[in-house]
Ligand binder design. Structure first.
Ligand SMILES: Cc1cc2nc3c(=O)[nH]c(=O)nc-3n(C[C@H](O)[C@H](O)[C@H](O)COP(=O)(O)O)c2cc1C
Ligand code: SF4
Length: 432
């Protein structure tokens, strides 16, 4: 399997983030072509391409656009989800830093398709450098006649607002994001109604991930068949896989869906020298962990699902044998406890108790009964919480007990953690 750099093709050029740099590689050519077509044709094109949302759930993008009612007399909105906060997930921020114009071009095409004249890009508040870069690209696009009124002489008008969030993981959940954008505290909304019917300001709204929207210009330029020729039957196209942790060359690897971790690791120089793979996440910390026995699982929605996990954000966090799985899971659980919005009891109370028990176990002070209590708690969160954050908190715990129960027990037998935490640090690896 080969890499298929499309989104990341020119990231190494010093001016890749400027309009001039983007134009050198067919930038905004897709927009001109799109504006000459009927909006419904564009929705059909994205449906035919098989593009699925890159924000985690893999929902078909064209179908989502098609849900927006037409002729309803209401404003329609496009909202780009650039909140990227899931532990391990680091693809949208590099993409926006290296090539913000591909996102802006995708925003104009998507807005034209769903008949929206106002789009929002909601960026995680801590990422100030990203906010500045995207805002600069939007300003440049306005100056170039690519945003604003009568875009490229087509008669189509679009305004884009770059909005900085306040830094809450839950604001990446699309309905919490909409509440936050409206100026309220970010908490998930009850569905239905879905955003396509009543989203931002109670109007039909499409919420899409950065990478989903940034993939649109290349599909418009090259066609649905070109896109479908990459990837697998139900998971079409190329995507950004983010490798991090105990890997020789961490970073973004843009490859067809269905590539395996074994193949990606070969391209990334393998697990750090003199160490071996112990466990990994296929799609960020909220997806059940996998182990070395899953190295050949095709990394598409179906393949990872069949292996008992989820493709999620394709954030491949690699952990070698020096890592204490109990400690890693405790860290993630502390994150979910901190980020729980508090709206529903299973998650608000449950994540608190999960941390208490995991912390006790990690210090070797618990008992084997605690493992049963942990699983019972997870069982009462999974599928019972108001939004997927609760499920995400339970996933790493349940899967780690499934694969590494002995390691939990070893903490109790040893009366403490049997691992040297320094050995798992990156600087320890450098001097090994
Ligand atoms: C707790 C939580 C956090 C999320 N964070 C993000 C995020 O940062 N970025 C994102 O695109 N989707 C995130 N999602 C998924 C969104 O709710 C939504 O599915 C996505 O933005 C839809 O875009 P897509 O169809 O293009 O994937 C999150 C979901 C949950 C439950
Ligand atoms: S699951 Fe957690 S984050 Fe989601 S609504 Fe409930 S308390 Fe809030």
């Amino acid at each position: 399997m080969q890499l298929t750099p499309v989104l990341s093709a020119h990231w190494d050029e010093p001016d890749s983030f400027t309009l001039a740099g983007y134009r050198r590689h067919h930038g905004y050519e897709a927009l001109r072509a799109a504006l000459a077509r009927h909006p419904d044709e564009l929705i059909q094109l994205i449906k035919d391409s098989g593009l699925r949302g890159r924000g985690g759930a893999g929902f078909p993008t064209g179908m989502k656009w098609g849900f927006i009612p037409q002729g309803d007399g209401k404003p329609h909105y496009l909202v780009v989800n650039a909140d990227e906060s899931e532990p391990g997930t680091c693809k949208d921020i590099p993409l926006m830093m290296a090539n913000p114009h591909v996102l802006v071009e995708g925003v104009v095409i998507a807005s034209f398709a769903i008949r929206s004249s106002h789009a929002f890009i909601y960026i995680r508040g801590e990422a100030v450098h990203v906010i500045r870069r995207v805002q600069a690209a939007v300003d440049e696009a306005y100056r170039g006649g690519l945003l604003g009124t009568d875009i490229l002489g087509s008669g189509f008008n679009l305004d884009v607002t770059v909005h900085a969030g306040a830094g809450a993981y839950i604001c990446g959940e699309e309905t919490a994001l909409l509440d936050s954008l409206e100026g309220m505290r970010g908490q998930p909304r009850l569905r239905p109604p879905f955003p396509a019917v009543a989203g931002l300001y109670a109007c039909p709204t499409v919420v899409n991930n950065v990478e989903s929207i940034a993939s649109v210009p290349a599909i418009v330029r090259n066609g649905a068949d070109w896109f479908k020729a990459m990837g697998t039957e139900k998971s079409a196209g190329f995507t950004l896989y983010s490798l991090s942790g105990h890997v020789t060359r961490p970073g973004q690897y843009e490859a067809p869906l269905g590539v395996t971790l074994r193949e990606l690791l070969e391209m990334a120089g393998g697990v750090r020298e003199n160490h071996e793979l112990k466990f990994w996440t296929p799609g960020g910390s909220s997806t059940p962990i996998l182990t070395a026995e899953h190295l050949d699982v095709p990394l598409d929605y179906e393949g990872v699902g069949a292996a008992g996990s989820m493709l999620g954000t394709k954030a491949l966090q690699i952990f070698d044998e020096t890592t204490c799985v109990v400690r890693a899971v405790l860290r993630w659980t502390e994150f979910y406890k901190h980020e729980s919005c508090g709206k529903c009891t299973p998650c608000r109370e449950g994540t608190y108790w999960l941390v208490q028990i995991l912390d006790r176990l990690e210090r070797g002070e618990g008992s084997e009964d605690d493992l049963a209590t942990l699983l019972d708690l997870c069982d009462n969160i999974l599928g019972r919480a108001f939004c997927a954050l609760g499920d995400g908190a339970a996933s790493p715990i349940m899967s780690s007990i499934q694969y590494f129960r002995d390691e939990y027990v070893a903490h109790l037998t040893a009366g403490g953690c049997p691992f040297d935490p320094i050995a798992s640090t990156v600087f320890a690896g450098a001097h090994a």
